[in-house]
Every structure is written in structure tokens, then in C-alpha cells.
Design a protein around this ligand. Sequence first.
Ligand code: SAM
Length: 310
Amino acid sequence: MARTELDSWDPTTSAGASATLVAAARAVATRRGLINDPFAEPLVRAVGVDFFTQVAAGELDVSDLGDDAAFDRMTELFAVRTRFFDDFFADAGRAGIRQAVIVASGLDARPYRLWWPPGTTVYEIDQPDVVEFKTQTLRALGAAPATHRRALGIDLRQDWPTALRRIGFDAAQPTAWIAEGLFIGFLPPAAQDRLLDGITELSAHGSRFAADHVPGGSPPQAHQEHLIADRWREHGLDVNLSGLTYPDECEDAAEYLAAQGWETVGSTLADVCAAAGFPGLRHNDFADAPMLTWYVTATRNAGVRFALDS
Ligand code: SAM
């Protein structure tokens, strides 16, 4: 089904199912020793979508699903991605940043599984039913956040900045923001721009931002998505991957941020693989990779710019 303006979801449906997919891949990557996310498997089990549960629990070996199913490759890609954002937060903490926001947090368990410098507050934003599901499930598992965690259930197409301030976000403090797995068409172009505008407005001098994103002008991946979905259907998962996202081409997120005054550094997937210690995965391996994204990190040094301007 195509996306609509007011659609909403939980971790079993629409864009929410993509959060479960990524968590299932993290569970597999954890079992393979590529990353360590002990919450991925129990979260996926609790969602209860059979295919993802079997994958996460190791009852279905993703290597047996075949290349078309892309799960084996996704496991590596998401492991690399996980390391990239883990490292980003660790660097931000070392630089003295004590406020973090995980935008489109899905089933990401970073507030529970990472070490955070004392005094850090981590905000998470996602759809209300996704946020509530994760909070309740982890509580039922007896998991406690490793730092102050404040979760905001709201649609990112709505006025989330006001809601974030209402729960204590301090726009005067530098913030480390991540948006992982969001800028691949989950938002309509105008909403993606508004989201980046909101982040920019709330970012004090010294703030940092990191995201993976589909580079501007990328060819549509619909053909590949159909192939992947066909293979998954054979294993009982009926999902229309291209129906989860908007077909319209968005502005390149890195260029958009640069135009807002952020100092940006872009990386290719091959760069990120090498930095994460996966040198065996070379650029050519990813020429036809599913969800081929680029990465951007950005720093807000607006204070310096304005000082020079005046
Ligand atoms: N960042 C998480 C991770 O990497 O595990 C989740 C990534 S998942 C691919 C995309 C996430 O974006 C989902 O959790 C979905 O609910 C969230 N999302 C997409 N559009 C959204 C919107 N309009 N409002 C709130 N959340 C949204």
C-alpha cells in the first residue's frame, strides 16, 4: 500500500516493520560477533513477525536464503552501520557533548547498551506505537537504560521540535544527533527538509549530526526491492518494500546541511566499512548492494560563522 500523509504504524507494519528488519539483522550480526546488541533478538521476538523471529533466533540461517534475499549482505551492511553510529556517539561523548538525540530510533537499544558519560541525556524519537513498544518490552525484560533516557512518540512530519523541548531538550547545549536508516525515502522531500531545518534550529554551537542517506540523483532501486521481496515471500513474509517509502527524490541530505551552515564530511560505504574494521568488504562488493547509502557527519560551528559575518 502506498504511503499517505497521516499514516502511522507499529513495529509490525509499514515503516515500523523496517525497524524490526534492521533489529533482526543486528541479532544475526551479534551472533556472528560483528557487533554486540543483546537486545536485538528479544525485541524482534517480542514483535512476533514469524520470519524476522526465525532469522533473529538463528532458526533460519540467512546464508541459506540465497543472494536474492539479500539478508546475508544486509547483516554485514547493518553491522557496519551500527559501528559507525556507535563510534559517532563515543566521539561526541569524548568531546564533552552530554545531550544526544536518536531520530527515528526504531528498535535501536543504544540508550541501554552503550556506555554514556555521566550526565548524558539521550532522547529518542519515533512513532508513538514504536516508542511505546520498545519502552514496555525492554522494561518487561528487566533492562534499564544506561543513562537518562527520554522517549518521544511523535510523527516526524509533525512539530516534533516543540514536543522535544517540552520533555526537557535544551537547545542551548551542544547535541549529538543521529538519523540512522531514515533518509532512504521514509519522509516526503519537504518533510525531510523540515526535519533538517528543525535539527539545525535546535543545534547549539558545537553540535554534531550523523546520518546515512541515499545520495541525491540515485537511481530507484525498485527492481531490486521486488526481487528481495519475492524471496522473502517464499519464507512467509509478505512485505512490499517499495511501498514503505516515498518515490519522490529528496534533496541530498549532506548538501542540504552544508547549505544550512554545517561543516560536513561525506563518506562512501566503502570508507565506512574500512573505518569499522571490515576491510574485506570492498567498494565493488557493494556496487549492487541493497540499500546503498552514503554517510555524512556534520558539525555546527555556526557561532564562528556568525562572528565572522558580523
Ligand atoms: N534507526 C533505527 C535503526 O537503525 O534500527 C530504525 C531504522 S528503520 C529502517 C526506520 C525508522 O524510521 C522506523 O523506526 C520508523 O518508525 C521511523 N520513521 C520513519 N518515518 C517516520 C515518521 N514520519 N515519524 C516517526 N518515525 C518515522
